[in-house]
Write a protein that binds this ligand. Structure first.
Ligand SMILES: NC(=O)c1ccc[n+]([C@@H]2O[C@H](COP(=O)([O-])OP(=O)(O)OC[C@H]3O[C@@H](n4cnc5c(N)ncnc54)[C@H](O)[C@@H]3O)[C@@H](O)[C@H]2O)c1
Length: 207
């Protein structure tokens, strides 16, 4: 079953949780995956662009987490949250300062909520994907490269320790692990699914 809502609209989110309660009897797992990108120098970003990015990537994550926790508490149950952050929470690149700042906010929210609601039995973690390959990314890459397929091949070779593509399923597998009891002692963490991008300075042998 799919229940949709504009996550920027508090009333729509409340209605969505009411429908979830009605049709599914409540849920015990929340994955905050919805997010938008922004590729622009911080000093050129408009008020509208900044507020929209934060509305979806930060404000909505808090809003859903709040409603999810309260719905679980009302049913006298516990739950488990996984937020999708990004490698941009670790290090970033030109034109991604605002996006990176929002993803760092997610890591802070993850840690803070893990501390606050851990004693009640809730776990809160984040997953930080690296470059996740999807055909639609070519449209974005076309904004800075004439040959997006070559750009992806170069990125994988030069900016990942493991030289193969990360797919959405690779991220989903880590989310499923964190939602499961296999991760029962893991909370407050941001786990990078990045084929080694955040560990790498140079992918070249200088010896
Ligand atoms: N693709 C990557 O390489 C990559 C890397 C790191 C992190 N991420 C993060 O992963 C998550 C998913 O990204 P993706 O690449 O699959 O993007 P995507 O654009 O394919 O999916 C994002 C989804 O969010 C939804 N969404 C956006 N605004 C919404 C709103 N106001 N209300 C309800 N839904 C809304 C969209 O409808 C879309 O289905 C995002 O949080 C993104 O920041 C992606």
């Amino acid at each position: 079953m799919t229940i949709q809502a504009n996550l920027e609209d508090p009333d729509a989110v409340t209605a969505m949780f009411e429908k979830i309660d009605k049709f599914c009897g409540g849920v015990n797992g929340l994955v905050n995956n919805a997010g938008i990108g922004l590729s622009k120098m911080a000093h050129e970003v408009s008020e509208v662009e900044f507020l929209h990015l934060y509305a979806v990537n930060v404000h909505a994550v808090w809003r859903l987490s709040k409603q999810f926790v309260n719905a679980c508490l009302q049913r006298k149950e516990v739950g488990n949250i996984v937020n999708i952050s990004s490698v941009h929470a670790h290090s970033t690149q030109t034109r991604y300062a605002i996006y990176a700042s929002a993803k760092n906010a997610i890591v802070g929210l993850t840690r803070g909520m893990a501390c606050e609601i851990g004693p009640m039995g809730f776990r809160v973690n984040a997953v930080g994907p690296g470059y996740v390959h999807a055909d639609q990314n070519y449209e974005l890459i076309k904004t800075w490269s004439d040959d997006p397929e070559q750009w992806v091949r170069d990125f994988i070779e030069n900016h990942q320790a493991l030289n193969y593509e990360i797919n959405a399923v690779d991220v989903g597998n880590t989310v499923a692990f964190l939602l499961s009891d296999l991760a029962r002692c893991i909370t407050g963490q941001n786990i990078y699914v990045d084929n080694g991008t955040t560990s790498l300075i140079f992918n070249r042998d200088f010896t």
